[in-house]
Design a protein around this ligand. Structure first.
Ligand SMILES: *Cc1c(COP(=O)(O)O)cnc(C)c1O
Length: 360
């Protein structure tokens, strides 16, 4: 079959990235974050590629169950945990480790009778103010869980950094201080760092690290790219040219006609659009690779197509391969042209796009 929009996944790059991540925190255990369909790369595929991580993290119970149903045996933390008894029992049945972030969850754990002790993670809110126990409720919840017969001891503790990608920001230092002072007399395994934390913040490299975006070869830092961090991009999003036409200066292109040819223009039409997850807000001037050469998006992105100015690429032909992001064209650059972030681009690739695995 001839593929229009497809995503080439270089699985060898995943193992390269994992090895690169380990150089930053050689002694730390790795909890690979594979939520949201492994950032759009395929939950089971990526779990099966990361054979030697110490644990996985997913956002939701359903993702954990899907991993178990696919035969994944590693430890799996469920970052959002459970909201009621039924969900707690499913965590136990599937051997999933819920993150406990509220006193209500502690109560539910106290109420159930389980023959198998359940492994949990306790989350402290050090300033992100999303999930996690506030510092003043932490000690009491921790000691309640310590005396809870159904909970496996010792209980590991985690927190999440809100601004680790901003290197000069004071918030990360404050979060690290809050973590340290709240846990001052508690000795257990801890986990603080996401990708930015583990690449940039020495004090965040504790017993466990939780890389997500770096595994997929993307830099968490503004203005930098995966290769700048020694990472290799995993997903290369490609399609092909399906039409080429010559327009006159002054002709309008696409919906709204808001791009006007400034000169006689050789226009290329590519079979990819927001229906595939190419960002609708990518502006005219967003780079695209045709035959390895940089050309530029012009006009609005439509559902199934985009237009390119091929005037300076006279040898491009219908059927030629086009790269939207990935190898040779950093996704970080596309994200900034579309006023979004690489995470959202990766997660936004739609089911119409076929995933093609490669080991390069
Ligand atoms: C998503 C997430 C991570 C991974 O973040 P990256 O920036 O992708 O490395 C780590 N920890 C938690 C709690 C998360 O929600």
């Amino acid at each position: 079959m001839i593929l229009s929009a497809y995503a080439e996944l270089d699985l060898a790059a995943v193992t390269h990235n994992l090895a690169r991540i380990r150089t930053f925190a050689p002694k730390a255990k790795i909890m690979a974050v594979i939520k949201a369909n492994a950032y759009g790369h395929g939950l089971i595929r990526i779990a099966k590629t990361l054979t030697d991580v110490d644990a996985f993290a997913v956002a939701r119970l359903g993702e954990g169950i899907a991993l178990r149903d696919a035969g994944i045996r590693q430890r799996i933390a469920v970052l959002q945990g459970f909201v009621d008894r039924e969900e707690l029992e499913l965590h136990i049945r599937y051997g999933l480790e819920p993150v406990i972030h509220s006193p209500t969850q502690v109560e539910l754990l106290e109420q159930i009778a389980s023959t198998e002790p359940v492994s949990v993670w306790l989350k402290l809110d050090t300033g992100m103010h999303r999930l996690g126990l506030l510092a003043d409720e932490f000690a009491s919840c921790y000691s309640r869980l310590q005396s809870c017969r159904t909970v496996r001891q010792p209980i590991p503790v985690m927190t999440h950094l809100a601004n680790a990608d901003v290197l000069q920001d004071a918030i990360t230092g404050k979060q690290l201080d809050c973590f340290k002072s709240t846990l001052h007399d508690i000795h257990t395994e801890c986990s603080i760092a996401n990708s930015a934390g583990l690449l940039a913040w020495d004090a965040a490299r504790v017993e466990w690290v939780r890389p997500g975006i770096a595994l997929y070869g993307v830099s968490p830092f503004d203005g930098r790219t995966g290769p700048d961090e020694g990472l290799k991009s995993v997903m290369t999003f490609r399609s092909r040219l399906i039409a080429i036409k010559n327009l006159d200066a002054g002709d309008a292109v696409g919906y709204g006609g808001d791009w006007i040819c400034p000169r006689p223009t050789r226009l290329g039409i590519v079979s990819v659009g927001y229906g595939d997850g190419y960002p609708r807000h990518a502006q005219s001037g967003t780079p695209v690779l045709v035959c390895g050469r940089r050309v530029y998006l012009v006009g609005r992105v439509s559902m199934d197509m985009i237009s390119l100015d091929l005037t300076d690429c006279p040898d491009a032909r219908v059927g030629d391969e086009v790269t939207l992001w990935g190898k040779g064209l950093p996704i970080e650059e596309i994200a900034s042209h579309a006023s979004t972030i690489p995470y959202a681009l990766l997660c936004g690739v739609t089911p119409r796009v076929k995933m093609v695995e490669r080991w390069e």
